[in-house]
Design a protein around this ligand. Structure first.
Ligand code: A2P
Length: 269
C-alpha cells in the first residue's frame, strides 16, 4: 500500500470542473475564435445549453458561462468566443493551442432549449455577435427539424468578417452528407451588418419592423399561433427584440413554463 501517494493526492471533488484537451482552434477575426475540446464520457446536455468553461490561473480555476456551440450528438464540444484584450479569461483563452488543457463545468443548463417552447411551425433564432453560439448547436440538432417546418437563424454583427463563423457553420450544415438533406428547404440563414457595407444591412429589430425578415423567408409577420423564437445577444438587443415579439402577442417561456419565446444573454467572458 502506498500511503504517501494517497495522502498527497488532491481530493477529487465530484462537483469541480474536469480537465479537457483542446482539439482545434480557429481564429475568425482579430476578436472572435472558436475551439473544440474533448467531451467527457457521461457529459450530457440539451442543444442550446451553456456550461462553465475556463482555465486554471495562478492555481485557481477561472470560469465563465459559455454556450455550447456543438449539437448534443457530437463526440466533441465546440465553443465560440470573443477575445477581450484585458478580459480576465478571454485574454488568456484566446492563446490556447491544440493539446492545451481547459476546465469544463459538469452541469450544463439554460433556457434556449426546445423544452422551454410550446409546439409551433416556424422557429426564429435571433442572434447578434457571439449570441450565435447556442444556435450553432440547435441548427445542427435533427430534433429541431423534426419539431419545426421552417427554421430561420439570424445573425447580425457590426462588420462582415464577424459573420464568418455563422456562415461557415450554415454552409457546412447545408453541404453535410446526412444533415444536408434534413435542412434542405427548411433552414434559412439571414445575416446582416450594421457598420460595414454588406449585402443586407440593419439591426434585426429594424429588419423585423420593416418586414425585410419576413419577405426574405416568405412568411407572414410573427404570429403566436405558429411562430416560436429564441433570442441571444446583448442586453439591449434582447430588450428591443423581446418587445417586438411581445407586441406581436408572443409570451416568454422557461423550462418550468414553456411558451412562445425564450431569451438568454450572449456571454462575453
Ligand atoms: P449597432 O452597430 O447598430 O449598434 P455589439 O457588438 O454592440 O454587441 O452589437 C452587435 C450587433 O448588435 C451590432 O450589429 C449592433 O448594431 C446590434 N445591436 C446593438 N444594440 C441593439 C439593439 N438594441 N437592438 C438590436 N440590435 C442591436
Amino acid at each position: 500500500m502506498n500511503l504517501n501517494v494517497n495522502l498527497q493526492a488532491k481530493p477529487v471533488s465530484s462537483n469541480g470542473p474536469t480537465h479537457e484537451k483542446v482539439l482545434s482552434v480557429t481564429h475568425w477575426t482579430e476578436n472572435l475564435f472558436s475551439f473544440r475540446i474533448t467531451r467527457p464520457s457521461g457529459f450530457r446536455f440539451r442543444s442550446g445549453e451553456f456550461v462553465m468553461l475556463g482555465l486554471e490561473v495562478n492555481g485557481k480555476p477561472l470560469l465563465r458561462a459559455y454556450s455550447i456551440a456543438s449539437p448534443n450528438w457530437d463526440e466533441e464540444l465546440e465553443f465560440f468566443s470573443i477575445k477581450v484584450p484585458d478580459g480576465p479569461l478571454t485574454s488568456r483563452l484566446q492563446k490556447i493551442d491544440v493539446g492545451d488543457t481547459v476546465l469544463l463545468g459538469r452541469k450544463p443548463v439554460g433556457t434556449l432549449v426546445h423544452d422551454a417552447l410550446t409546439p409551433g411551425k416556424n422557429l426564429y433564432l435571433l442572434s447578434t455577435g457571439t449570441g450565435f453560439a447556442p444556435f450553432a448547436s440547435i441548427i445542427r440538432d435533427p430534433e429541431t427539424f423534426e419539431k419545426f417546418e421552417h427554421v430561420i437563424v439570424t445573425h447580425t454583427c457590426r462588420e462582415t468578417g464577424e459573420l464568418a463563423y455563422s456562415k461557415f457553420i450554415v454552409d457546412e450544415l447545408m453541404n453535410h452528407e446526412f444533415l444536408g438533406e434534413m435542412v434542405e428547404g427548411k433552414l434559412t440563414y439571414f445575416d446582416s451588418t450594421t457598420r460595414e457595407e454588406h449585402a443586407r444591412m440593419g439591426r434585426i429589430t429594424n429588419l423585423i419592423e420593416n418586414g425585410e425578415l419576413f419577405n426574405a423567408v416568405g412568411l407572414p409577420p410573427f404570429d403566436p399561433a405558429v411562430d416560436r423564437a429564441m433570442i441571444c445577444g446583448s442586453m439591449d438587443m434582447i430588450r428591443d427584440t423581446k418587445a417586438l415579439l411581445e407586441k406581436a402577442g408572443l409570451t416568454e417561456g422557461s423550462n418550468a413554463a414553456p411558451a412562445e419565446f425564450v431569451v438568454e444573454k450572449a456571454f462575453v467572458g
